[in-house]
Design a protein around this ligand. Structure first.
Ligand code: ZN
Length: 391
């Protein structure tokens, strides 16, 4: 993938934070690195003699983040929090907020402690498609180990305090950070870091390019045009709106990728294998509505029943979310997303587009495998994430 760094432009940015904004925007410009609010970045700096972590604030997208989108948090507090034996994510967030030196700044990213633990000035984190595609495949652990021998590789755990604690445990004794080229979080994403903003960004591009090369060689998906069949799409919209109780904006995807995906056999199994990176679940839910015949009502009822039993299986006092699908895969017709407005439907469509390619590629690596249903539930019903979506 292309390295977008321009020395000519970068030289205009003098402060740590200005440069941080510049390379965050560069990361955000590549859809194959982050989509809609995904990923986060930080820079360590000194304010009035105190070490401060400027970390992406929640509610900001890397592509458009500005200086005011970064939360300034005291490093000392974050490093103390990392040592705690246990901490709820709610308490972590309020502890982080208390350690902000500017109370008008946005809430710091839930990965702030992790960023603080990495002893380099600049830290970049993305959910790069190529990395998570390989990781979400049957032999993902082996391939990632082989491709990234000098990376710290962490099996999937829930983002937030549990993940920060995992990194703390893995690195607190005799860990040689200088020989560590980055961190890969299985089923989630990748971190690169350096004391220099250009180098940290370039390490990200280099690592992701390596994964892309691997996929090109081992999982190249042929996307020939396919003629879509017809479907009673107006009826689908009508029934979805009745179920959801509000009018929806629908987006029909009939790209060669969507058609190849929708033409697979046994969609009920094929297209329901979970999300590419955990936070996507908040937009798409874990599985789509599958329509393999014209009986939309019956399929919708099955979807809702399955959703309710998934909730019942894992719930522990949470309030159930909307039980209706956010997108549908329609046999030989394509993929249709439903959003409350144009913006939301485009986000869902983009996420599904990236997921479909990853699934097809991971199948060529032995089979697509996402996080477990139980871990999906933990993410979908994460209190913090529910709060973030309401914004
Ligand atoms: Zn992440």
């Amino acid at each position: 993938m292309k390295n977008l760094w321009l020395d000519e432009e970068a030289k205009n940015y003098k402060s740590d934070l200005e440069l941080r904004v510049y390379s965050s925007n560069l990361l955000g410009q590549s859809d194959e690195l982050v989509l809609h609010g995904g990923g986060n970045t930080s820079v360590k700096s000194i304010v009035d003699g105190e070490d401060i972590l400027f970390v992406k604030g929640s509610g900001w997208d890397l592509v458009s983040i500005k200086a005011e989108g970064f939360s300034p948090v005291k490093m000392a507090t974050l490093l103390e929090m990392a040592k705690l034996k246990s901490l709820s994510d709610i308490d972590m967030v309020s502890g982080q907020k208390e350690a902000m030196i500017d109370k008008t700044a946005p809430n710091p990213s839930v990965e702030a402690i992790l960023h603080a633990l990495i002893p380099f000035k600049v830290v970049d984190h993305t959910h790069a498609d190529a990395i998570v595609t390989i990781s979400n495949s049957k032999n993902g652990k082996k391939y990632i180990d082989e491709l990234f021998p000098n990376f710290l590789i962490i099996p999937y755990v829930m983002p937030g305090f549990i993940l920060a604690q995992k990194i703390y445990e893995a690195t607190k004794d005799n860990f040689d950070w200088n020989r560590c080229e980055g961190i890969i979080l299985h089923n989630h994403g990748i971190f690169t870091f350096d004391d220099n903003a250009k180098k940290s960004y370039s390490k990200m591009i280099k690592a992701v390019s390596l994964a892309e090369e691997f996929l090109k060689l081992n999982a190249n998906v042929d996307l020939a045009p396919i003629e879509p069949s017809s479907y009673k799409i107006d009826k689908l919209k009508e029934l979805i709106e009745i179920k959801k109780g509000f009018s929806v904006v629908m987006k029909i995807n009939q790209t060669p990728l969507a058609l190849k995906y929708a033409s697979k056999n046994n969609l009920v199994t094929f297209a329901t294998r979970g999300v590419l990176t955990p936070e996507h679940i908040l937009r798409t839910k874990r599985v789509p509505l599958i329509l393999e015949d014209n009986n939309i009502e019956k399929s919708l009822n099955i979807f809702e029943e399955n959703y309710k039993s998934y909730f019942k299986k894992y719930e522990n006092g949470e309030v159930m979310l909307n039980t209706t699908p956010n997108y549908a895969v329609i046999k030989n017709y394509g993929v249709v997303s439903f959003g409350k407005d144009e913006k939301e439907v485009n986000i869902i469509n983009d996420i599904v587009e990236h997921t479909m390619l990853a699934v097809l590629r991971a199948d060529m690596l032995g089979g697509y495998e996402s996080i477990t249903e139980e871990n999906s539930f933990a993410m979908e019903y994460w209190e913090l994430e529910q709060a973030k979506l309401k914004k």
